[in-house]
Design a protein around this ligand. Structure first.
Ligand SMILES: [Zn+2]
Ligand SMILES: [Zn+2]
Length: 464
């Protein structure tokens, strides 16, 4: 196999890369920073939702036996996890809404020797919980710490982390089928793996220290799970982390798509001090939530049709938009007008929604519109997965003055930003309850995931 000939495999990265980092730290010892002692972990049993095979019914609740942890592994007792829409296909085994399969993420590792669907995998790529034990090399957290297990890892020492782009950390490329390590065994001896080295749909998560962020909060479980979810971190990341771009004071912001990510971006725009927040979504219930959490205006793309971009340009203009008086231009409909800051968070349908479907199930049209509703000199942050290719007016793309940021997690830097986002919850700047519209115990996971899949709820939190 190729992984033997390359010397350093991706799985090797998980072990050796961080051993090197530990070595660096060891060269300049800091009082109180010595590696923690060996973990004591018994081979205990726990319940986990395991996905295996193809098609509906592929995910079942099983009792499995934990393997000992070592190295930089962290054992977390799960408190709660968000049921992310991007995992709908893997959990429910449903087909995409169209015949074309969704493209892989550009960060996804190349195909390897084994197929994820043949493995027993605990789904879920995030969650919150309490550290029960740590491997001997772990420094970032201690037993008893409350942590966010972040869908975006942060090693702190890779090319991207060193350049302020930990949203692209090298460890994101180490989550393919060949990279995963068994953390438990089923009763018949089948090894059990975890989605993204996280596996949040379980009573226990075994992850590596790059994926954990200590959060030092006593806030209520569901609310913490929401603000620490991949979607809220991305929505707040895009709007308040300032990792990719900064919302200008009193600026006009448009948010395309009001799922939990877009609704987090709406809140982030409010927290950042935007004066105009235009929220766009086909589902009425979601537009209502947007108004409750900070949107100043809402638009239905099914009603606006081809006029949507002009409507945003009008809403983003104000009486001061007069030439020679400091304004942009009269009328507000001309190219160059629009929102100072746009967050695209619509994305493709994985299954046909049971509430109002949007105009384009591939997610391409909302992404193109998001670009065109951004003002000259403005910033666009895209966050969605879509099916197909983007088409834009060439001259707008070339010299239209829009800066597009193709970030991951909205450009959030987990160790820096997630604790700040939790503070925004504690100070009531961020409203988790408005987004966590379904809360279920472990056993109710499948029902809740169907609500997420068919968009009949904003999002769901599974508590353990
Ligand atoms: Zn996610
Ligand atoms: Zn990194």
């Amino acid at each position: 196999m190729t992984k033997k000939t390359t010397g350093l495999t991706r799985r090797g990265l998980l072990k050796k890369g961080a051993t090197a980092a530990v070595g660096l730290l060891a060269a300049s010892p800091v009082a109180g920073q010595a590696p923690q002692g060996p973990a004591v972990v018994t081979r205990r049993k726990f319940k986990a939702w395991i996905s295996r095979g193809d098609g509906a019914g592929r995910t079942t609740l099983q009792e499995v036996t934990l393997r000992p942890i070592s190295g930089r592994q962290v054992l977390v007792r799960t408190e709660a996890t968000n049921l992310c829409y991007s995992n709908v296909g893997a959990v429910l085994g449903v087909q995409p809404a169209t015949a074309t399969p969704p493209p892989p993420s550009p960060l996804a590792p190349p195909g390897g020797g084994r197929r994820m669907n043949d493995m027993a995998v605990i789904q879920g790529h995030g969650g919150i919980g309490v550290v029960e034990a740590v491997g001997p090399e772990v420094r970032r957290v201690k037993a008893g710490d409350r942590v966010c297990v972040s869908g975006t890892p942060q090693c702190g020492s890779c090319y991207w982390c060193l350049r302020g782009r930990s949203d692209m950390c090298q460890f994101l490329s180490a989550i393919g089928a060949d990279d995963l390590e068994a953390i438990a065994d089923m009763s018949d001896g089948t090894p059990v793996y975890e989605n993204s080295h996280i596996g949040g749909l379980s009573e226990l998560m075994v992850t590596n220290e790059e994926w954990v962020v200590p959060i030092f909060t006593k806030a209520e479980t569901v609310e913490v799970a929401m603000v620490c979810s991949c979607v809220s971190v991305a929505g707040l990341g895009a709007t308040v982390s300032q990792g990719l771009a900064t919302i200008p004071p009193a600026g006009a912001v448009a948010v395309v798509g009001c799922g939990p990510l877009g609704l987090s971006a709406v809140q982030g725009a409010r927290i950042a001090g935007a004066s105009k927040i235009i929220a766009i979504d086909p589902i009425r219930a979601r537009r209502d939530v947007a108004l409750r959490v900070g949107a100043t205006d809402v638009l239905d793309p099914n009603v606006e049709g081809a006029n949507l971009i002009n409507r945003v340009r009008e809403l983003a203009s104000w009486p001061g938009d007069r030439l020679w008086s400091g304004g942009r231009n009269p009328g507000g409909r001309r190219p160059g007008a629009g929102a100072d800051f746009v967050v695209e968070a619509a994305g493709m349908d994985q299954v046909k929604p049971r509430l109002e479907a949007g105009p384009d199930p591939t997610g391409i049209q909302p992404m193109q519109q998001a670009y065109q509703m951004c003002a000259l000199g403005g910033h666009l942050i895209t966050t969605s997965l879509v099916r197909g290719n983007i088409t834009l007016p060439g001259n707008l793309f070339s010299i239209g003055g829009v800066t597009h940021h193709a970030g991951q997690a909205g450009g959030a830097s987990p160790m820096r930003d997630i604790p700040r986002f939790v503070r925004m919850l504690e100070t009531r700047q961020f409203d988790s309850k408005a987004l966590a519209t379904t809360v279920v115990p472990l056993a109710g996971m499948i029902d809740a995931y169907e609500q997420v899949a068919y968009r009949t709820t904003v999002t769901a939190i599974m508590t353990v």
